[in-house]
Design a protein around this ligand. Structure first.
Ligand SMILES: O=C(O)CCC(=O)C(=O)O
Ligand SMILES: [Fe+2]
Length: 334
């Protein structure tokens, strides 16, 4: 059973305008000092409804090489499906703590369930965020035990979103393959094919009296292949570029696509995983819904053999995803 969630800490701190020391970042991380203010980063925005497929391949490949992050619009997921996903997630997090704890993480549940901080941070610091993890695809990987029963429409909203998301994900894998001279199916096949796991996470960042000192999620790259994320309207996602941290512009109903470590590895470094973090807000609750597209635990990931030759020697080890995951979570060398 988890100790107090950040939501509980936040409701106490609201009255006193101070936060516990484990949430106060060192100076080289504090958002007030390390953010380049006054500039909102316009990461590439790609219109997925464009009928010119060659152009889409070019845009996705360029963005993944130079940025590791882009947003997609006209992606085919209906706005209502996104609003419903947001609504049911918000309703769950607004339930009393005891109700949320019905699906709390336990030592046996692994990553799935409701809880707080996941990775061990080296200096013992904590992120100003609570979360919920559960798989949403494929059916054989789902354990409904970790899905909220309340609100009752939670399941339908998540199933509908996941169904539509698969179409977007298949398209992106195809464009990423074609963009580096592979056949359309090769990148997804190397990532686990139809066994690819869709891990839903909800991040809940309560208002924080000292957003200048705390972070939501500390700087990291995702260990997924791709991450497809829906944020609410509260600013918070930041990307590291040219030695500075920048806010990423919020676009209603767009999906934010992060290139994760496994795509960087499979592409032998042609595509770059994006270094990102999140800030928190003094008055408003921020939420986000990333879905991490992960290879199955026993699946081996390494640079795709066609991309490795004398001029391009392999830059990464080939290893089972579960071993990569273990090392990353425990901050061990890969
Ligand atoms: O909340 C966000 O926008 C990003 C969260 C994130 O990076 C993560 O959960 O891995
Ligand atoms: Fe992330």
């Amino acid at each position: 059973m988890e100790v107090d969630g950040v939501q509980a800490v936040a409701s106490i701190c609201k009255k006193v305008d101070i936060i516990p020391s484990e949430f106060i970042r060192s100076e080289n991380e504090q958002p007030a000092i390390t953010t380049l203010h006054g500039v909102v980063l316009e990461v590439p925005v790609i219109d997925l409804s464009d009928s010119d497929e060659a152009k889409l391949v070019e845009l996705v490949a360029e963005s993944s090489k130079n940025w590791g992050i882009f947003q997609v619009v006209n992606h085919g997921i209906p706005d209502e499906s996104i609003s419903k996903l947001i609504e049911v997630g918000k309703e769950f997090f607004e339930l009393p703590r005891e109700e949320k704890e019905v699906i709390a993480k336990t030592p046996e549940s692994g990553i799935e369930g409701y809880g707080t901080s996941l990775e061990k941070e080296i200096d013992g610091k904590k992120g100003w965020v609570d979360h919920l993890f559960h798989r949403v695809w494929p059916p054989s990987a789902i354990n409904f035990k970790y899905w909220p029963k309340n609100p009752p429409s939670y399941r339908e909203a998540n199933e509908k979103y996941a169904e539509k998301l698969r179409e977007v994900s298949d398209k992106l894998f195809k464009y990423l393959s074609l963009g580096i001279g592979l056949e359309g199916h090769e990148m997804k096949a190397a990532a686990g094919g139809d066994d690819l796991i869709y891990m839903m996470k909800i991040n809940y960042y309560p208002p924080c009296p000292r957003p200048d000192l705390a972070l939501g999620v500390a700087a990291h790259t995702d260990m997924s292949t791709l991450t497809i994320l829906v944020p609410n309207e509260v600013q918070g996602l930041q990307v590291f570029r040219d030695d500075n941290w920048y806010d990423v512009k919020y676009i209603p109903n767009a999906l934010i696509i992060h290139i994760g470590d496994q795509i960087e590895i499979m592409s032998n470094g042609k595509y770059k995983a994006v270094f990102h973090r999140t800030t928190v807000n003094k008055e408003k609750t921020r939420m986000s819904w990333p879905v991490f597209l992960e290879p199955p635990a026993e699946h081996e990931v390494g640079p795709i053999s066609k991309l490795v030759n004398e001029e391009n020697p392999s830059k990464y080890k080939t290893k089972k995803f579960k071993d990569y995951f273990y090392c990353k979570l425990n901050k061990l060398p890969q």
